[in-house]
Design a protein around this ligand. Structure first.
Ligand code: NAD
Ligand code: DAU
Length: 332
């Protein structure tokens, strides 16, 4: 039993991890979150008050970070600016949070010798050709494309340097595209589900041939928990569930599962520098640490996710107009 500091725990994947920890372990959880536009306090409603606390603050603020890291048995660092399209409009907060914020945490971890797990993305590796038989592995060279992915790549490199130079007890994981409950509606899958629920035509960037490797957020949580408990210090683990699908196929599945014509969407302006394909070879995590995903049927996971957004309109409806107005400005 220990105290886990979860940064960014009011966001999508962080809140899924907090629920996972409280339901599946005896740990207590402190969330440190700046409560940016991407956070939602409703995602943390109803958690046990004796095992859960939310602290509002910036991970780049040493005065807030230091005592929380000192008091924790482990830090799991999810907090980030996470959306590629936003990073193309204004990279500034990405530099602040993803680089300076991670640096601030690492320095506190170094001072207090606290166990640290760093959450990262497969986007640090750049993209693959559609017909390339290769997938990303732990030894794929870094080659990020966007301001978002380059700041995540930079944060991973900071962690590696702090392990080697200062001997901090850290592990890193790079995961593929997550889906599931509590995901902000700026992202592809919830944007399309909530478009259909709100009577707006779904929007596909370009031809929709770009491939993403989908994993349910619950499987990401169990993988991170496995690494936290059993991972080898200093190592990187890739997390994926063999979920490669192109965007047009995902969109058509959503439309079909929601009782719409599979052609009831519009093509919109493509993302500049749009990565073509991500694909994770997750065999190391499975072979060395014995982790297995539970959500292996993507359509079933999508169906659950559609049901969640249908049943939780109060969670997303207040955000919808602003998100769509922002996209409309970019022709998306
Ligand atoms: P999100 O945008 O939904 O949530 C990010 C959270 O971080 C928000 O609650 C926000 O308020 C908080 N935050 C932002 N800046 C902060 C700061 N300066 N101080 C404290 N809190 C701050 O993001 P997400 O999709 O849940 O992603 C979480 C992590 O997982 C990120 O590190 C991301 O790079 C990584 N990741 C995401 C995916 C994905 O598919 N979404 C896949 C792999 C890895
Ligand atoms: O691979 C992991 C990454 O996955 C994470 O590191 C990021 O934090 C997370 O946001 C996600 O990045 P993507 O850019 O892949 O996700 P997004 O949901 O923005 O887009 C998924 C795909 O769908 C991408 O090819 C762009 C496309 N798209 C997106 C939107 C919002 C559309 O076709 N239409 C849309 O309206």
């Amino acid at each position: 039993m220990g105290k886990i500091l979860v940064t960014g725990g009011a966001g999508f994947i962080g809140s899924n991890f907090v629920h996972y920890l409280l339901e599946n372990t005896d740990h207590s959880v402190v969330v440190l979150d700046k409560m940016t536009y991407a956070a939602n306090e409703m995602s943390l409603a109803g958690l046990p008050a004796d095992r859960f606390e939310l602290v509002k603050g910036d991970i780049a603020d040493t005065d807030i970070v230091d005592p929380l890291v000192k008091a924790a048995d482990a830090v799991v660092h999810y907090a980030a600016e996470s959306h590629n399209d936003n990073s193309l409009n204004d990279p500034t907060p990405f530099i602040h949070t993803n680089l300076i914020g991670t640096f601030t945490l690492l320095e506190a971890v170094r001072r207090h010798k606290t166990r640290y797990h760093h959450i990262s993305t497969d986007e640090v590796f750049g993209d693959l050709e559609l017909d390339d038989p290769a997938k990303f592995t732990e030894t794929t060279p870094y080659n990020p494309s966007s301001p978002y992915s380059s700041t995540k790549a930079g944060s991973d490199l900071l962690v590696r340097a702090w392990v080697r130079s200062f001997g901090i007890e850290a592990t890193i994981s790079n995961c593929s595209n997550n889906y599931g409950p509590y995901q902000h509606i700026e992202k592809f899958i919830p944007r399309q589900i909530t478009n259909i629920l709100a009577g707006i035509q779904p929007k596909l960037y370009g031809e929709g041939l770009n491939v993403r490797d989908w994993i349910h957020a619950s499987d990401h949580s169990s993988a991170v928990h496995t690494i936290l408990e059993k991972g080898k210090i200093g190592e990187t683990y890739l997390i994926g569930a063999d979920g490669e699908v192109n965007n047009i196929t995902v969109l058509r599945s959503i439309l079909r599962l929601m009782g719409q014509s599979e052609d009831a969407f519009e093509h919109v302006v493509d993302r500049p520098g749009h990565d073509l394909r991500y694909a994770i070879d997750g065999s190391r995590l499975r072979a060395e640490l014995g982790w297995e995903p539970q959500f292996t049927n993507f359509e079933a996971g999508l169906k659950d996710t559609i049901a969640w957004y249908t049943d939780n309109r109060a969670w997303w409806e207040p955000l919808k107009a602003e998100v769509e107005a922002k996209y409309a400005k970019a022709g998306q």
